[in-house]
Ligand binder design. Structure first.
Ligand code: BGC
Ligand code: BGC
Length: 653
């Protein structure tokens, strides 16, 4: 046990943070298997005294109000005042006045009205409000904000310093709108590409996730209380990326050792970097090796309180996921003593917040929740609020507030796109695209910012968006026209109405359509093959290939795609993942010259439709770390085409 602990700590370079447990927490053998860590922030006695005085002066309802997090669509500023609400969120696709094109002025005015309302209660001490938002690839709910590549692409860039700069830029975008809390980063170690959230994961390699966790937390949080800093959230604790068959919100069947060594890798790093908030996962943990089913994470006291807070030394706040409590058996959207007792401090109850407050107060009065647990939750909430500087200056005091220019991180995102796309094949020097030649662009994704940005983009699912909605960036088609000249680039979405032989190169832009969370799951036993899910992409490639003109394919996908048929129809093939608004970054590498490809796969790339990760029997077409460049060219040739069954046979973690 000690040996494992030391090994873990050493491998994560956290040795200094490993300390004997304070005597106050009796540690069970199961908990003792986890590394003992200490918060990187030294306890501040004066701050704790100040918090204790405030908490002692609050009524039960006021305290529960602090623990309650409604969505801005379902609460008014005056209700925030009246119910002593401690935080709000805007879920995916929630904008001020439900106007998708709300300006930074609209956003910051709304934030300010909520903030002011929270400061005009009848409590003896006014407590500032937190507003949380899913800024998961830039400030993605806000029109005009540059959208960065999703994490799957950033993982392929293998550049922690780039991730830190993206964190900084994202934090400034968020501060521009008067918001101070980002529900990011996702620290999932994606293990099965069936999972609809695979793109939110940097890598299937826990060591990479740990490195990028450090970088992103530092980038988002800065000094925590600075002008351009926001609170970060390590999510979703724990095991979201390792559910059986990749089912979103599903069952993680890992052993405790696997949780400790793999799933939690990003958390040790994020905690050491000082992350102030952790969001609980919708998934459950069933340790099949011992036959013990721990059930939903939202009710798991051992992992939330005994491990995260006590053993790993986390002194910030734990937030639930959206209505996450209702999945705990015996609970409902508006009531869950078990989740509060498990150690969740802020409950995201987007709509049913009013009933939640009343029910939780009853649970305390009737002894199902100890008031000391409520006090601990409020203490943690106030600690984070004080550390973030909100008691000293309002969120609106940031120099970024209301500044539209702070939404623009186009140059940085363009660099990120260049570095995150992976060249899988480049036979016959199909790339780079020569200047001054005639280029035919085909494929519906070529002119679609929706497919380029994916889920969590302006809307929750990333659907129902037109190019104009983004108000920034460019599609790959636009970027190629810009780089190569309008006259040299012809576009036909489905390859009709053009004679391929009239062109020097065809660029086929293929892609998944957007999805988020469970909507992106490809449920077992359905084979996961791009061409069967998107037959129009196969059709357009067939229409242009084999005509004596080199074909360069670019694929937008939120998962490593099984695409050997498409790759075989292409001379060159680029895995672009979900690059975001800056199509120019793709054009930069496709046209060569100043920029070479440097992206390397951070997940294995599958060699069959039923291969979903690195489980035994999975066929790996391209290993993690694979990626070609102009400098290091290598022919790929024709790939094997194993028959795709109507249904897959082997389930996998
Ligand atoms: C997601 C979280 C997100 C929350 C708020 C949930 O459905 O799982 O990642 O932060 O919604 O939008
Ligand atoms: C919200 C999302 C949330 C989802 C959960 C949506 O209505 O906008 O943020 O994650 O519901 O089901």
């Amino acid at each position: 046990m000690t040996c494992l602990r030391l090994k873990l700590c050493a491998s994560l370079l956290l040795l200094a943070a490993c300390a004997p447990m304070p005597a106050s927490h009796p540690v069970s053998p199961a908990v003792a298997e986890w590394p003992a860590l200490r918060s990187p922030t030294a306890p501040d006695a004066a701050l704790e005294r100040r918090i204790a005085v405030i908490v002692a002066g609050m009524t039960l309802e006021q305290k529960i109000g602090q623990m309650t997090q409604p969505d801005v669509r379902y609460i008014t500023p005056d209700e925030v005042r009246q119910y002593y609400i401690g935080s709000v969120l805007n879920g995916g696709g929630a904008w001020p006045s439900m106007n998708k094109h709300a300006t930074v002025a609209d956003w910051s005015a709304l934030a300010d009205s909520f903030a002011r309302a929270a400061l005009s209660t009848d409590m003896p001490t006014q407590i500032p409000l937190l507003w949380g938002t899913d800024a998961v690839h830039g400030h993605n709910n806000v029109a005009g904000a540059t959208i960065f590549p999703h994490n799957i692409g950033l993982g392929a860039a293998h550049d922690p310093e780039l991730i830190e700069r993206i964190g900084r830029a994202t934090a400034q975008q968020v501060r521009a709108t008067g918001i101070t809390w980002a529900f990011a980063p996702t620290l999932a170690v994606g293990q099965n590409r069936r999972w609809g959230r695979t793109y939110e994961s940097w890598s299937s390699d826990p060591a990479l996730v740990a490195r990028y966790a450090t970088a992103m937390v530092k980038g988002l949080q800065g000094e925590i209380s600075g002008d351009g800093d926001v609170l970060a959230t390590a999510k979703h604790y724990l095991g979201d990326g390792g559910t059986f068959n990749g089912v979103d919100q599903g069952e993680n069947r890992d052993t405790r050792e696997q949780l400790i060594a793999q799933e939690a890798a990003g958390y040790y790093a994020a905690l050491d970097a000082g992350v102030q908030t952790v969001m609980v996962s919708y998934s459950s943990w069933n340790d099949v090796s011992t036959g013990r089913d721990y059930g939903k994470m939202h009710g798991n006291r051992e992992l939330i309180t005994d491990v995260l807070k006590n053993r790993l030394g986390f002194d910030g706040l734990v937030v639930s996921d959206w209505n996450g409590i209702e999945q705990v058996p015996g609970c409902a959207k508006d009531r869950c003593a078990q989740a509060v007792n498990a150690g969740i401090d802020i409950i995201m109850v987007p709509e049913d917040w009013r009933a939640f407050i009343a029910n939780t107060a009853t649970d305390v009065r009737e002894g199902r929740i100890a008031e000391s647990r409520i006090d601990d939750a409020v203490t943690r909430i106030l600690r984070v609020k004080m550390r973030s500087g909100l008691f000293d200056h309002p969120a609106s005091a940031s120099s970024f507030t209301g500044r539209a220019a702070a939404l623009d991180a186009g140059a940085l995102a363009r660099e990120a796109v260049r570095k995150s796309v992976v060249l899988l094949k480049n036979d016959n020097q199909a790339l780079p695209l020569a200047r001054g030649r005639r280029i035919l662009v085909v494929g519906a994704s070529a002119d679609s910012l929706s497919n380029q940005t994916g889920g969590w983009s302006l809307t929750w699912q990333g659907t129902e968006n037109s190019n104009a909605d983004f108000a920034t960036g460019s599609t790959l088609l636009g970027a190629l026209r810009q780089a190569l000249g309008e006259a040299n680039v012809t576009y036909s979405a489905d390859g009709s109405g053009v004679n391929v032989a009239d062109f020097d190169t065809v660029v086929a832009v293929l892609g998944e359509t957007p999805y988020a969370e469970f909507n992106g799951d490809v449920r077992f036993p359905t084979p996961v093959q791009h061409s069967t899910m998107y037959p129009a992409d196969l059709a357009v490639l067939r229409a242009v290939s084999g005509k004596g003109v080199p074909v360069v394919s670019v694929l937008y996908s939120g998962r490593p795609a099984y695409a050997n048929d498409l790759i075989n129809l292409s001379d060159a093939f680029v895995a672009a993942f979900l690059p975001g608004t800056e199509g120019a970054g793709l054009a930069d590498v496709l046209t060569g010259g100043r920029y070479d490809f440097s992206g390397r796969l951070s997940f294995v790339w599958p060699g069959s439709a039923c291969s979903t990760g690195e489980a035994p029997g999975d066929i790996v077409q391209f290993a993690r770390g694979y990626g070609l460049s102009y400098a290091a060219a290598r022919p790929v040739g024709q790939l094997p085409l194993p028959a795709t069954p109507a249904a897959c046979e082997v389930s996998a973690p």
